[in-house]
Ligand binder design. Structure first.
Ligand SMILES: Cc1ncc(COP(=O)(O)O)c(C=O)c1O
Length: 444
């Protein structure tokens, strides 16, 4: 661990004292991150989720996106090895040069079928897929109309495209429609939404958004990174769970690194959309193709999604159990977000604010409480990261619990027990400090 001051000292010791030197400029930025308590760290793990080893200590993890528990499935490991033997570990070139293998081709057809679209196109990551779609569909003079809580990659993609970024209220199709009316002079308008919202776990109302788009001749793009494999009778995603005709979505993005347990992403849509992406999407054209071995392994993921619906059923049972038990945490001003998906955020209420710590990085201490709760869970060998601004809006710091079909009911019970215990202890420590204001009084 390197403290902020160490960066500054280090750059001075290296004789680099010019204020505009790279070392000094970056050291100052890093020091600011520390001061805001927003310095991000990585933890090196061994083993497979949800049971990771970190520095020799075992953790039960509730923060991965491996919703179906496939990332550690031996059948995928076997398929990956077989794919590597048949096609090589790396693509060796971009898809348009000689990096497009039979494994990619078959996977694209399977993904198109799963999402109910005519065609699909693989990308190396969801971030790149989003950049590819938006920069192909929009340019200067165009508008991307985003749900307020859309994923950062969608916002970055809009900036890259040079299009105007307008937001509508979260999950509010009426507001989306009103904004579409006022944007009638835009050259082209793309309405963009997550299917399942990554930090909140709630779900977009796709039929309502599709209706607004059709009325205003706008195009609809759905990033279903967290819905694919999880929602819908076949794991087709949010559109399937909401019985939406998939043709009403112009561009559908899915990722392979979450429920499917591998890595990469795809865009699904019409024949014309896919051909246009192949011609014009720079994040598709100017990069090495996704590993063909991974593409081959992902076919096994799709087999499991199709053949083992009991994974989704078990996940639903876990979600229900977690929500039933965690609802009681509201007494301690810790609130479950309204989510039916494996993403189950627990939002720290205002009464956890530390008096006098408002403002910088604190929103009255709400962030500090999220961090303290995560640290208390860690002491009990449970790993769930605190999510704070700027990833989520100020005042809504949270623990973002994610459930996986690889968890057992007993593990969810253990999480709940530890969570109540940690919250009660922190609460009473806090009340001792502040002179004993009760939770109910403080939160009204
Ligand atoms: C909604 C959403 N879209 C896109 C991405 C990016 O996908 P990838 O990790 O494959 O780059 C993520 C998270 O990683 C996400 O949560």
């Amino acid at each position: 661990m390197t403290a902020a001051s160490e960066y500054v000292v280090k750059s001075v010791m290296q004789g680099d004292t010019r204020k505009d030197s790279l070392e000094c400029v970056l050291a100052a930025r890093l020091a600011r991150q520390h001061a805001l308590q927003r310095y991000r760290r990585r933890h090196t793990t061994a083993g497979k989720g949800p049971h990771f080893l970190r520095q020799g200590q075992g953790y039960l993890t509730f923060c991965s996106n491996d919703y179906l528990g496939l990332a550690g499935d031996p059948r995928l490991a076997e398929a990956l090895a077989e794919g590597a033997r048949r096609f090589g570990t790396g693509g060796g070139a971009s898809h348009l040069v000689c990096g497009h293998s039979e494994a990619h081709e078959i996977l694209e057809a399977r993904l198109a079928a799963l999402t109910g679209q005519p065609r699909a196109l693989l990308f190396s990551s969801g971030y790149q897929a989003n950049l590819g779609v938006i920069s192909t569909l929009l340019g200067r003079g165009d508008v991307a109309l985003h749900d307020r809580l859309n994923h950062a990659s969608l916002l970055d993609a809009t900036r890259l495209a040079g299009a105007s970024l307008v937001r509508f209220a979260h999950r509010d199709a009426v507001d989306c429609g009103e904004r579409l009316s006022s944007l009638a002079t835009a050259r082209r308008t793309l309405v963009v939404t997550d299917g399942v919202f990554s930090m909140d776990g709630d779900v977009a109302d796709l039929p309502a958004l599709a209706a607004r788009c059709e009325r205003h001749r706008a195009w609809l793009m759905v990033d279903d990174a967290h819905g694919l494999g999880v929602l819908g009778t076949d794991g087709g995603g949010t559109w399937q769970a909401q019985s939406l005709e998939p043709g009403r979505i112009a561009a559908s993005v899915g990722t392979l690194g979450k429920a499917l347990g591998t890595q990469g992403a795809f865009v699904a849509g019409s024949e014309t959309l896919i051909e246009a992406l192949i011609q014009f999407a720079r994040p598709y054209i100017y990069t090495t193709s996704l590993s063909p071995a991974l593409a081959w392994a992902t076919l096994t993921s799709l087999d499991i999604v199709r053949d083992e619906p009991e994974r989704r059923a078990h996940l639903s049972t876990l979600i229900e159990r977690f929500r039933l038990q965690a609802a009681g945490l509201a007494e301690l001003d810790l609130h479950l977000a309204p989510s039916i998906t494996p993403i189950q955020p627990l939002i720290v209420g205002p009464s956890w604010s530390v008096p006098g710590s408002g403002g910088q990085g604190g929103q009255g201490g709400n962030e500090a409480a999220a961090l303290a709760l995560a640290a208390a869970l860690e002491r009990a060998a449970i790993w769930c990261s605190a999510i704070r601004p700027p990833t989520v809006p100020a005042g809504t710091s949270r623990l973002r619990f994610t459930l996986s079909a690889a968890h057992t009911l007993e593990e969810v019970d253990r999480l709940i027990g530890v969570l109540f215990d940690a919250a009660r202890r922190l609460r009473s420590a806090r009340e001792t400090l502040t002179g004993g204001t009760s939770t109910r009084e403080a939160s009204t």
